[in-house]
Design a protein. Structure first.
Length: 753
């Protein structure tokens, strides 16, 4: 059974292959037919074949054929119908062909040498337009939106891509030429109906249309009629006999003077109504932006209908211009999707693709103008100078290409995607600031707080892995009550199934795809209401995980933000790993406090400073009461969590200028610079009270409670004239700690002066 995702892939592949085959067929047909083109416009009249115009610079004009001439023969064979002309035209080669014409009352025979150069610019601009419509169709298709309007956009874009890709088969066998022409007209009719329908529902279906159920079906009746009428014209012109009850000239008049103008005017009017009257500003912006893309097509269509002679005389210019005009529509729809979330569609392609398409468009425009300008200048200054001018312009473009593309990219980001541009700039700034914060806990807390503000999520929690065991613990969180529940700060083993899945994915992953594993991590994420998990890896090693909570208003993370988070996570992983390597020799892994040796070195420095400036200094030794019972009753993981919580509580009770380290086992040492004993007693008392009220819930639901005993020692206790040492203060503090234990624990033993 094919699921919807596989069906979308299949449809996308079929559509892409179809368009590609048609484009290649068009290339082959164009290269084959350029040697047969003479550049005349003819139509069937009651008296025969009338030359209604010639294309400037083409073989017919060069040979002297004029508008108003009547074509009577080709190479001596009579030509009475369009079918007769097509029969001879298919045999043209770049050899002289004798055209018999009637000019007034005079019969003339003019020699025409068929053939023109291949129109690469026109082919490339048309192909680019086809690919743009195809890309728009695929974007909507792979988004898988359930919005009918979005599906309508996909159908319309696909129809235009196929229609524009259908090759001209004027010189193909009769049956194939008729089939190609009929397919083109039927697709054009279907495209008209869908475009009118689409314009009626941007951003939402208009009220007056909702009240008149016949309006939308009438679009398709009109479009089907347009397509059938056009197909009948092709059949009549190809086979020489009409398959409709109406004269082809009447059908031409009806299509050119009624249907096409209605189409060209109705679409922008529908969009303009919404751009001016829709109540929501975002909706008005959506309709207005799409209107901007449609207006050039409207102007071009009306101009070509009103001044066909001008169009025919400058076909070398208007051909590429038509492709550029058609390209405006998908470009503006892309921007409407990006900037104003048209139909709530988020692009599933990298933005680099959009930049590349825009760059290709500008390059094609550049060469179009160079080609047009060169042709015009060649008649004034000569072809040699024109070649040098074009070469110089191309060289300048090559030199300026990279800086111009970079400037255009930055301008587009700032103008059309200000929110995403701001997010990118904030993340760049954040990544630069992290390494300057010093230790890992400060980095983690700052990162969590900044990410919460940047992405507008309910919470951000950072898990960090132990560099030896790989066990993940909570490094930082914006959750206010995180530290009150053990299940939110549990130790997660590296072989956890959800962690393995996340590491294997190697990118930001929606939590919904991990919840089925029922692992410790998923329970942890569920309690935090996490929606996105971002692995932090470097050189294939998991350093930690960023857990992001719900977004404001339920807004999901678009593809580009996921990519930005992925890039940020790699940078953060490297920064954290470097900090961890540095801290592994200085800071203790479990609690994040200074190790025994570094804290003793800090104490030694503080003693020397106190001696030099005759300042006070007090230290405190902290020991957890009955900590062995915690390990025996609740397990060592719970014991480690308690140590971490107590260490954090003690740290929070100290000043930034104070020092704290893990002295060993369940003992901690803090150093209070410039602090007399009585002030130290007050500080230690508050710390003891903070630990006493801690309530930690174990995984089995039982509450874990601990108390601490503190022994203080001050250099003021030492005899006058004695030079204090580290051992002196530690000995006094240890003596007072022992006294606190003997007096019943959960108390502070003050220094005795």
């Amino acid at each position: 059974m094919l699921n919807r995702s596989k069906i979308r892939v299949l449809v996308g592949c079929i559509l892409s292959v179809t368009v590609l085959v048609l484009v290649l067929a068009g290339l082959s047909e164009n290269k084959r037919s350029v040697g047969r083109i003479v550049g005349i416009l003819i139509k069937q009249t009651e008296t025969g074949i009338l030359i209604s115009g010639t294309v400037a610079g083409r073989p017919a004009e060069i040979a002297g054929l004029l508008a108003g001439d009547r074509l009577t023969s080709i190479n001596g064979f009579p030509v009475d119908t369009l079918a007769d002309y097509d029969h001879h035209a298919r045999t043209f080669t770049p050899e002289p062909v004798k055209f018999g014409i009637l000019r007034g009352t005079e019969n003339l025979v003019l020699k025409v040498i068929p053939g023109i150069e291949f129109q690469w610019i026109r082919f490339l601009t048309t192909t680019l337009t086809v690919l743009a419509y195809l890309a728009l169709a695929l974007v909507v298709l792979f988004k898988g939106s359930k919005d009918r309007s979005a599906r309508l956009l996909m159908i319309f874009s696909a129809a235009v891509a196929v229609e524009l890709a259908v090759p001209g088969l004027a010189f193909a066998p009769v049956g194939l030429a008729a089939l190609g022409g009929a397919a083109f007209m039927l697709l054009a009719g279907f495209q008209m109906a869908v475009e009118l329908h689409l314009a009626s529902v941007i951003p939402k279906k208009q009220v007056w249309i909702s009240r008149r159920s016949w309006v939308i079906p009438s679009y398709y009746v009109l479009g089907l009629g347009f397509g059938l009428a056009g197909a009948s014209i092709f059949a009549t012109d190809t086979f020489g006999s009409s398959i409709s009850p109406w004269n082809t000239s009447d059908i031409y008049w009806f299509l050119d003077n009624l249907i096409m103008p209605f189409w060209a005017v109705a679409v922008p009017l529908l969009l303009a109504h919404q751009a001016l009257r829709y109540p929501d500003p975002t909706g008005r912006h959506q309709a207005g932006l799409v209107l901007v893309g449609v207006l050039p097509w409207t102007v071009f269509t009306l101009f070509s209908l009103a001044f066909p002679t001008v169009l025919n005389q400058a076909v070398w210019y208007f051909g590429p211009l038509q492709s550029v005009v058609l390209l405006m529509y998908p470009v503006t729809v892309f921007f409407a999707i990006f900037r104003f979330h048209l139909f709530d569609i988020e692009l599933v392609v990298r933005r680099g693709l959009v930049y590349s398409l825009l760059t290709a468009t500008l390059v094609l425009l550049f060469f179009t103008f160079v080609g047009v300008g060169g042709t015009m200048l060649s008649t004034i200054v000569g072809e040699t100078f024109t070649v040098w001018l074009a070469s110089g312009a191309t060289l300048i473009l090559g030199l300026l290409f990279s800086p111009l593309r970079g400037a255009a990219k930055k301008t587009i980001d700032r103008r059309f995607f200000p929110e995403r541009y701001a997010v990118r700039r904030q993340l760049i700034t954040l990544s630069k600031e992290l390494s300057s914060l010093g230790n890992l806990p400060k980095m983690g807390q700052y990162l969590a707080e900044q990410l919460q503000g940047i992405f507008g999520v309910s919470s951000v929690t950072l898990l960090i892995g132990d560099h030896i065991s790989g066990i993940l613990t909570t490094l930082a969180s914006t959750e206010a009550d995180l530290e009150t529940r053990l299940e939110r700060s549990v130790f997660i083993p590296p072989d956890d199934t959800a962690i393995q899945a996340l590491v294997q994915a190697g990118r930001p992953t929606r939590v919904s795809s991990l919840l089925e594993s029922g692992s410790t991590l998923t329970r942890h994420m569920d309690s935090l209401e996490t929606t996105l998990a971002v692995p932090m890896t470097t050189h294939g090693t998991l350093i930690g995980i960023i857990l992001l909570g719900k977004r404001d208003a339920g807004y999901r993370f678009p593809a580009e933000e996921l990519e930005l988070l992925s890039l940020l996570s790699h940078h953060v992983a490297t920064t954290f790993e470097n900090a961890r390597l540095f801290e592994s020799a200085t800071y203790e892994g479990l609690t994040g406090l200074l190790r025994r040796e570094p804290i003793l070195e800090r104490l030694k420095s503080e003693i020397a400073r106190a001696q030099r400036y005759h300042r006070s200094l007090t230290i405190g030794l902290v020991d957890l009461d009955h900590f062995k019972q915690v390990n025996d009753t609740f397990g060592h993981l719970a014991g480690d969590a308690v140590l971490k919580r107590v260490a954090k509580t003690i740290s929070e009770g100290l000043r930034d200028s104070d020092q704290i380290g893990r002295y060993g086992g369940d003992e901690f040492l803090f150093v209070l610079a410039e602090t007399h004993c009585e002030n130290a007693v007050a500080v230690a008392g508050k710390i003891r009270e903070s630990v006493d009220v801690l309530q930690i819930r174990a995984e089995d639901g039982r509450m874990v409670r601990v108390t601490i005993s503190i022994g203080l020692a001050s250099i003021d206790q030492l005899p006058p004239g004695q030079i204090p040492t580290v051992d002196d203060l530690l000995s006094l503090a240890d003596k007072n700690l022992y006294a606190a234990k003997q007096q019943g624990r959960n108390r502070v033993a003050a220094c005795e002066l």
